[in-house]
Unconditional design. Structure first.
Length: 186
């Protein structure tokens, strides 16, 4: 097997780094944070353990890079999805649907890690806040935090929700209706 599997050394490094991150993602999803070790990721990526250390200094650095990459991906997917949403109801529905799909795919056996939740709020949650702000939604930052928090809470609940999207969307729409009613002149 050739040592360099790409057309350049730089491209080969990118491929190996990507393979390590994919291996780490699989380990995280299947076994939780403690399963993401340099040895396991290197083995799953087809690299030696010393080779893996050329890309990441430690298992913690690998886990951090993985969660950062997840958050970047989530943010770009949510931003694209929200581009087509016309009003606040559509934005919330699209955000919930997209977020549930993304978070369910990347959740660990014990659910979302605290780091994943933090990155979700800081990435996609901020995208929703900006999108709501563009529509002059009052308290758009608070609304976005509440929406993101409701999604995480339902996904983390021990009993789980059979239909997370409809449960969260119905809850949030009722809350938005209540907020609208409190702003209306009586």
């Amino acid at each position: 097997m050739p040592r360099i599997q790409a057309s350049s050394v730089a491209e080969n490094r990118d491929l190996r780094r990507t393979a390590l991150l994919q291996a780490a993602r699989d380990l995280l999803r299947d076994g939780g944070e403690s399963a993401v070790t340099m040895s396991a990721a290197a083995c799953n990526a087809g690299l030696s353990r010393p080779a893996a250390y050329e890309y990441f200094d430690s298992s913690a650095a690998l886990r951090q890079a993985l969660v950062d990459a997840q958050a970047e991906y989530w943010t770009s997917v949510v931003a694209s999805a929200l581009d087509g949403a016309a009003d606040i109801d559509a934005k919330i529905r699209v955000f919930v649907e997209t977020s549930v799909q993304l978070l369910s795919t990347d959740a660990t056996p014990s659910g979302l890690s605290d780091t994943q939740v933090s990155h979700f709020h800081e990435g996609p949650g901020r995208v929703l806040a900006r999108s709501l702000s563009d529509d002059d939604t009052p308290n758009s930052d608070l609304v976005a935090r509440l929406v993101a928090g409701a999604i995480v809470t339902v996904l983390r609940s021990p009993e789980g929700a059979h239909d997370v999207v409809s449960t969260v969307t119905a809850f949030l729409n009722a809350g938005m209706t209540g907020l609208s009613a409190t702003r209306s002149p009586r």
